[in-house]
Unconditional design. Structure first.
Length: 353
């Protein structure tokens, strides 16, 4: 039996989505994809995630000996048995885009590579459900630090943020045929109209929140913004790839102090084709990032209105997710307060049709 490294973060297992697998299943997945001759030398459940379940595994007798195994949450029984109706969809703890996003992740990383953006190497991606009722992937481990690591000097961080801005700009040059969520087959699930994608996300969040009697009336007000101002959002004609979860923990860096560089941008599973200004990191005050990014924000009243609406929808979505999906009530309350503040800000903004 392989030694199990003691790296589990039991706090995150309480979400109900972050669910470990048995040693027997882990070994079975390794043997299926790396061969029966491959031995598991050591493995550990990594901390930090609320959604996917992530292991680092050291292998012997195979070409790649240090790998990451990521598993999406277990499949919902209605979906697994191909029963589909609106009530079961809302009872599903996951959003519709979350059901397909890990399977699409290799497509996102191929976009990165073609644009010169460092990305993880996906060794295996499996959504068959044959071994375990979850989508999962094996990736090559990248020796690195996360950008938020306390050991990184401020001068290095400035350089890294400039580099991150450059890579974000390159990402936002990747164009899609429509707005929405990339799929494993390279297609996009969404619409030719940006307003419809935004409204669909707001509507799905409302329906899930309504089942929990959560923030009554707020979701309806938010959806009304996208319904009543569809022409505002449909001014955005060209969908581009946005990471949609781009923060320091999802940026891996390596190198010696004084000469550090970005090793990979990870966790691209929430990526979508959208307005480039939907990318939340564009609101950062980092001058280094914006120097690398090289594109000014739209300072018109329309541009400001869109960014405010994006922040409002994101905050409402995160309030529901933290409170009812991943069991993080303190963060849920923080997002709830922010949602109410942003909604009041929108009303003060008074954007006309």
């Amino acid at each position: 039996m392989a030694k199990k490294a003691d790296k589990a973060d039991h706090q995150h297992q309480s979400s109900g989505l972050h669910s470990p697998i048995s040693p027997e299943v882990l070994h079975a997945l390794v043997h299926k994809h790396f061969g029966n001759h491959t031995e598991v030398k050591q493995y550990g459940l990594l901390s930090g995630g609320l959604f996917n379940t992530t292991y680092r595994i050291q292998l012997e007798h195979t070409k790649v000996t240090d790998v990451i195994l990521r598993l999406a949450p277990e499949r919902h029984v209605q979906r697994f048995t191909n029963i589909c109706n609106e009530d079961s969809a809302q009872a599903d703890p996951l959003f519709s885009f979350e059901r397909t996003m890990m399977a699409a992740e290799p497509v996102v990383y191929e976009h990165y590579r073609q644009a010169g953006i460092p990305a993880p190497e996906v060794l295996v991606s499996d959504e068959s459900g044959l071994q375990v009722p979850r989508t999962y992937m094996f990736m090559a481990f990248i020796p690195s630090l996360q950008l938020d690591h306390s050991s990184i000097a401020e001068e290095d961080k400035e350089h890294l943020y400039t580099q991150l801005g450059m890579y974000t700009a390159a990402m936002h040059q990747i164009e899609g045929a429509s707005f929405g969520w990339p799929q494993a087959d390279g297609t996009i699930r969404g619409s030719n109209r940006w307003s419809e994608v935004l409204r669909a996300l707001a509507d799905e969040t409302i329906k899930k929140a309504a089942r929990e009697a959560y923030m009554p009336g707020i979701g309806e007000e938010i959806t009304a913004i996208f319904e009543q101002h569809d022409t505002l959002f449909d001014q955005i004609k060209q969908p581009v790839l946005v990471h949609n979860d781009l923060w320091e923990a999802n940026v891996l860096v390596h190198g010696e102090p004084g000469s550090m560089s970005i090793a990979a941008i990870i966790d691209g599973d929430r990526s979508m084709f959208a307005d480039r200004e939907y990318e939340a990191i564009l609101s950062t005050n980092s001058q280094a990032f914006h120097a690398g990014y090289g594109y000014a924000l739209d300072t018109s009243s329309e541009g400001e209105a869109r960014r405010l609406a994006y922040r409002l929808l994101s905050s409402y979505f995160n309030a529901y997710v933290h409170k009812h999906q991943v069991n993080q009530p303190v963060d849920g309350q923080r997002y709830e307060k922010r949602t109410i503040e942003l909604l009041a800000q929108w009303k003060r903004f008074g954007f006309a049709k």
